[in-house]
Design a protein around this ligand. Sequence first.
Ligand code: ATP
Length: 354
Amino acid sequence: SPLVKKQQKIPVALYGGRHAVTMLPGSGIGPELMAYVRDVFRYAGAPVDFETININPNTDESDDLIHAITSIKRNGVAIKGNIETKSEDTEVQSRNVAIRNELDLFINVLNCKSYPGVKCRQSNIDIVIIRQNTEGEYAMLEHESVHGVVESMKIVTQSNSERVARWAFEYAKRHGRKKVTIVHKANIMKLSDGLFLETSRRIAKEYPEIEHNDMIIDNCCMQLVSNPHQFDVMIMTNLYGSIVSNVICGLIGGAGLLSGRNYGDHYAVFEPGTRNTGTAIAGKNIANPIAMLNASVDMLEHLGHQQHADMIQQAIVKTICEDNIQTPDLGGHHSSSDVVQRVIDHIVHSDRTW
Ligand code: ATP
């Protein structure tokens, strides 16, 4: 279908098969994690050149943001840390949301797959969260109608609900997934979540080979903690997606492990799955570098550099699952640079038959 073709469209490589990619280090632990990505790419010989753009969190000016968006539009692909907006001015909007909206990155995908060697609350989890990424509660349309009364608009459109559902069922089909669960609160938000639910159910009918069910968000959170193995692919609106992503990450190893992918029809942005800033742990050499390294692996796969992606992925798995070189968030006692050094050692010693 035309949709599948669009999803697979990747930017054309430059000279020598290299790709230019926008790098937005962001705030907190973002810059140190990006330095690790650069180190790992250097040893892996990954054919990628980064165009780094720093966004000043202390200014209300949008120049940096415009520069970043222009760069992503030119390169087609970005890797990013979380960008902070320090302004107290309520008119200044989140730059993370602004980037996603401007690039129409309507899908966020989080592959939540357990790492066998990581001690955590639930094992053998393999869930894919597909989240509407540009509207819902993140519409940023808030105002004080009269003193002491604030209204906040949640926007749900049929067109976005439809393309999220279709994306999810296409994903399920292509990856041999069995079931899609639609997550909602349509018993209370009858119009907005009702539209999302109704649209998803309608699209589900086009995929009779894939089972589907629906679940109310609060029950869903309970089920995730008590019986997560019932879930396969899940689709939901924006805020539920953020919460469910954090719940599942909490179950299988925390904020430092998984990566998330943002897609639109034209651009792709890769980042750590739970989008944390990690201000309190910045500069201490304790942040887990794996989530950002996984984001870089996702990016290499997207660009078609599968062998480099596999090499880095295998080095990550050996480091944390076999060698047990883990940062404190995973219960280990190693520093960020110990983890990265071991990943690099594995890369240096890997068989390159290509
Ligand atoms: P801030 O947004 O100001 O950094 P926060 O308390 O909201 O503060 P988050 O950045 O959202 O913190 O992160 C949530 C938690 O996850 C924090 O305890 C943070 O230290 C932890 N965390 C986030 N990323 C990592 C990482 N890469 N490695 C280890 N811990 C992490």
